[in-house]
Design a protein. Structure first.
Lengths: 252, 643
């Protein structure tokens, strides 16, 4: 296939950035989207032009490092699929494809298609006192089978824990809200007995940190869940709102 | 010719019965007083299972920790991609498992090339790992009664593998990441993401810091410490195509090697039997399909060479379930090296399937008939979806096609029982070290080792070192530190200044293909010698003709890659040299000259019951091959049999 790419190029955080058009040839339908970008970059380097910078690592859809807005959709047209798992057979010869970075105030652009997502790390860690973790140290814990957990709860916790932290939910949201990301971690730990002790503090602190990072509020549009490559359900946002209300009463 | 020198490598194995060694050693080790711990700074490079677990645990103990990773977040380290599970000798299923059996299976699975005492300790602490992870909130699979579920894995006849769907590595890593995040939040760990280690600082023979490059600004900086921990993973990407993440590299280990850390058994590379076959020249990486699939999938090829019929047109009588037939007691669950080699044999005989003939079927139709589609979906749904996305074939309806691919490296920096390398103060964890898996790693044991090293071994042994080490003050301005910085800066300048005609990837592909052909699933004297002649030529061409555009003082992914590939081009030579010198077959290292009459790997215990630890001898000299003899007091070496 031969394609026309319209790619966001931006030298660094201070540069204004612009869309640049490239023709790319010899694209096979069996290539992944990132392999298509590899081919484009090889062709650019041969012409003496600097390659397009984009984040990627495992290329198996699990590390959460890759993420491009493809024709306006985070991670592209195929549902439940990260950019690295999207294959070129979803496109046709002669197509024009627009490729942009995640756009959100809390995710500043570093270069080209690379953004800074460290805000997510700060939401997980907060100040080390109740956040996206269970406050236990190594050693001195009970036997793994000491606390039975109903299978349904464990399965639902796993649904939430599957979040890869890619940020597509933020990129998809008209408000650039991080509610789905936060709700996934709050839901995962809140469903398990190990997460109960800090349940109220966790939700209050994580949401407060999310606000501080400059993410927008949630207006239940559902774009986040539609873009999520791991199909994290909106139900977790409802669950988190519930927890928030309870926590506000308990903690004032 | 490399010479076999007799430098004494002291593995520092404690004395006494094997089951008491670790306990005794823990008691005998010196402790650092809680108030003194904060006076020590420890650098941990890498945030996978080993690195994140170590950084969190050390910070909890009170040490000052500085943690580094090249990704944008510590949560992305490649441990996250491990699918199938983690072994532990819990014996919850009551099927006869024990610490001793896990120890035995691991030593045997490693083809009697691992250090017994390390493996026993690994099996001992395996049970603590599961407790730790559950307490962190890792959502392992459970039975309806609420207790933990187990599955079987290759090389074992008990079910001792704990799992979280097909995402066990992800969940364990997120557990460790969360523990690490808590310590970062508390201010006990200083986190440096998007920062790559490019050299080790050794002052008066002791590891005292690292030189790094900030991957956003290009700034080269030194960080100093009282001890350095490398948890930087394996070197499988030297083959270009592997199941590793694209960023996985050998640079940290390689720089440590060039500063005096011995590199052990580089030729022990693991080729995983169940990966999605290569689809074309554009391929940038290979994708693993978890070994757990072999619990319910049956592997077969057509009996007739060149059979082009679609799989549903081939009747049972014309299929060969070659693993079940050849290895009736382990069947499809033979260890990885055996499964891979047999896939190669049938494909080389022209019976492979799919485009190019490099594939075998992994067929779930019997299991779907027996258990129902929903059970298979629950067990492997995400893997089936991934397969379908990549190949556009539905594995519920047509058998998967799989082929072996480079997956893991058992070789790595040599460490003693305390996980310390031959450079005092440099500790090495997880896949980056060499110690626990011998010549072949069993499935679901990498996660176990990473977490064992990070949570339960290093936090003790590093204290013993720090309590006794004499560590004079080091400063950023002093000569050894400045020299290392200048070397890093000059090298980057040199890479940017070549401005040749070929891309970095073209060199990486070239050396990777050469290694796969000459030092892949089967190796022989002639091929290895050819590779050893060609690799220096590729390397010379690289330094003359590579094209790296842009500058150092910006995000420059081509420059990052060029530095890593330059190191791979050196490692490739050591890998082949090690494979050439080890004229026996063992585990993943199959020398065609050394096989049993029925084609199994034939060890030569008289001459090779040792770890080969390579010592760097300068750019002009062959490295020196040192030996650590391996003593088997408990599991007596025998011809491995899975029949």
């Amino acid at each position: 296939m031969n394609l026309t790419l319209r790619v966001w190029r931006q030298k660094n955080a201070k540069d204004r950035g612009r869309i640049v058009e490239y023709k790319v040839h010899d694209v096979s339908p069996d290539m992944s989207f990132l392999e298509m970008l590899d081919v484009t970059n090889e062709q650019l380097i041969e012409k003496g032009e600097e390659p397009i910078a984009f984040d990627h690592d495992c290329r198996e859809g699990i590390c959460g490092m890759c993420g491009l807005v493809i024709n306006g959709i985070p991670h592209g047209p195929e549902s439940a699929t990260t950019t690295c798992q999207l294959h070129m057979r979803n496109f046709s010869n002669g197509d024009t494809i627009t490729i942009e970075p995640w756009r959100a105030r809390a995710f500043p652009i570093i270069r080209d298609l690379i953004v800074d997502r460290t805000a997510f790390d700060r939401i997980i860690r907060v100040d080390g006192k109740a956040g996206g973790f269970v406050s236990i140290s190594t050693g001195g814990v009970p036997d793994a089978n000491a606390i039975p957990i109903p299978k349904d709860d464990a399965d639902l916790a796993m649904d939430a824990a599957a979040c890869v932290g890619c940020g597509a939910c933020v990129a998809a949201c008209p408000n650039a809200s991080a509610m789905l990301f936060v709700a996934a971690k709050v839901g995962h730990l809140g469903l398990l007995p190990q997460g109960q002790t800090e349940r109220h503090n966790r939700v209050l602190r994580m949401v407060s940190q999310m606000d501080k990072e400059g993410f927008g509020g949630c207006t239940n549009m559902g774009e986040c869940a539609a873009a999520c490559p791991k199909e994290i359900s909106l139900d977790f946002i409802a669950r988190m709102n519930c927890d928030m209300i309870k926590a506000s009463f308990v903690k004032g | 010719m490399a010479t076999d020198s007799q430098v004494k490598l002291d593995p520092k194995i404690p004395s006494g019965p094997i089951e008491q060694r670790w306990d005794k050693h823990q008691f005998e080790m010196k402790l650092v007083n809680p108030a003194n711990k904060r006076k020590f700074t420890i650098i941990v490079v890498g945030t996978g299972l080993g690195g994140a677990a170590a950084a969190a645990s050390l910070a909890e103990l009170g040490y000052n920790v500085k943690s580094f990773c090249y990704q944008d977040s510590p949560r992305r380290a490649h441990s996250i991609a491990a699918q199938g599970g983690i072994n532990a000798a819990k014996n919850y299923p009551n099927d006869g498992d024990s610490i001793y059996r896990l120890f035995y299976d691991t030593v045997k699975g490693g083809d009697f090339r691992a250090r017994e005492s390390n493996v026993y300790r690994l099996a001992q602490v395996s049970v603590n790992i599961i407790d730790q992870c559950v307490a962190q909130g890792v959502p392992f699979a459970r039975e309806y009664g609420g207790l933990l579920d187990n599955r079987s894995f290759g090389g074992a006849q008990v079910s001792r593998t704990f799992y979280a769907r097909g995402q066990t590595g992800q969940q364990l890593l997120l557990g460790a990441y969360q523990a690490l995040s808590r310590q970062i939040g508390l201010g006990n760990v200083e986190m440096h993401s998007r920062t790559e280690m490019l050299d080790l600082i050794v002052v008066d023979g002791i590891a005292r810091g690292i030189v790094t490059r900030d991957m956003i600004t290009g700034k080269v900086e030194s960080y100093l410490a009282d001890a350095v921990v490398l948890a930087t993973g394996g070197y499988g990407n030297v083959f270009y195509l592997s199941t590793n993440a694209k960023g996985c590299n050998v640079t940290a280990s390689w720089r440590a090697y060039k500063r005096g850390a011995f590199f052990a058994n580089p030729c022990y590379t693991q080729i995983h039997p169940t990966c999605i076959p290569v689809s074309g020249d554009h391929q940038s990486k290979l994708t693993l399909m978890s070994e757990s699939l072999r619990n319910d999938g049956r592997i077969w090829v057509p009996k007739k060479a060149g059979d082009q019929r679609s799989p549903d047109q081939i009747p049972e009588s014309e299929r060969e379930y070659y693993l079940e037939e050849k290895y009736p007691s382990f069947g499809n669950l033979v260890p990885r090296d055996v499964a891979s080699r047999n896939a190669k044999l049938v494909c080389d005989a022209g019976r492979g399937v799919g485009q190019g003939g490099f594939g075998v079927y992994l067929d779930f139709s019997d299991s779907i008939k027996r258990l129902g589609k929903n059970v298979i979906q629950e067990r492997y749904g995400n893997l089936f979806d991934m397969y379908q996305r990549i190949t556009a074939e539905n594995p519920y309806e047509v058998p998967m096609r799989i082929y072996p691919a480079i997956h893991y490296t058992m070789g790595g920096l040599w460490v003693d029982y305390n996980l310390m390398s031959t450079i005092p103060g440099l500790f090495v964890l997880g896949e980056a070290n060499f110690s626990d898996h011998g010549a072949n790693r069993l499935g679901a044991s990498a996660l176990m080792q990473g977490l064992a090293d990070g949570y339960f071994v290093l936090p003790y042994t590093i204290g013993n070192y720090l309590a006794q080490a004499k560590l004079p003050k080091v400063e950023v301005g002093q000569a050894a530190v400045r020299e290392a910085e200048v070397e890093v800066t000059d090298r980057n300048k040199r890479l940017l200044g070549i401005n040749g005609k070929r891309t970095v990837d073209s060199f990486h592909r070239e050396v990777g293909k050469l290694l796969w052909d000459k030092c892949g699933m089967a190796r022989n004297d002639k091929g290895l010698k050819e590779a050893l002649k060609l690799i220096p030529e590729i390397r010379a061409e690289f330094w003359k003709n590579v094209r790296v555009l842009g500058a150092n003082e910006e995000v420059n992914q081509a420059l990052e890659k060029a530095g890593r590939v330059a190191d791979f081009l050196e490692l490739a030579e050591l890998l082949c040299l090690d494979a050439l010198k080890r004229t026996e077959s063992c585990g993943g290292h199959f020398r065609e000259e050394s096989q049993t009459p029925d084609g199994e790997a034939l060890r030569d215990d008289d001459n090779f019951a040792h770890a080969a630890a390579w010592e760097y001898a300068g750019p002009k000299n062959q490295p020196i091959r040192n030996q650590e003899p391996l003593v088997f007091e408990y599991v007596h070496p025998s011809q491995r049999s899975y029949k």
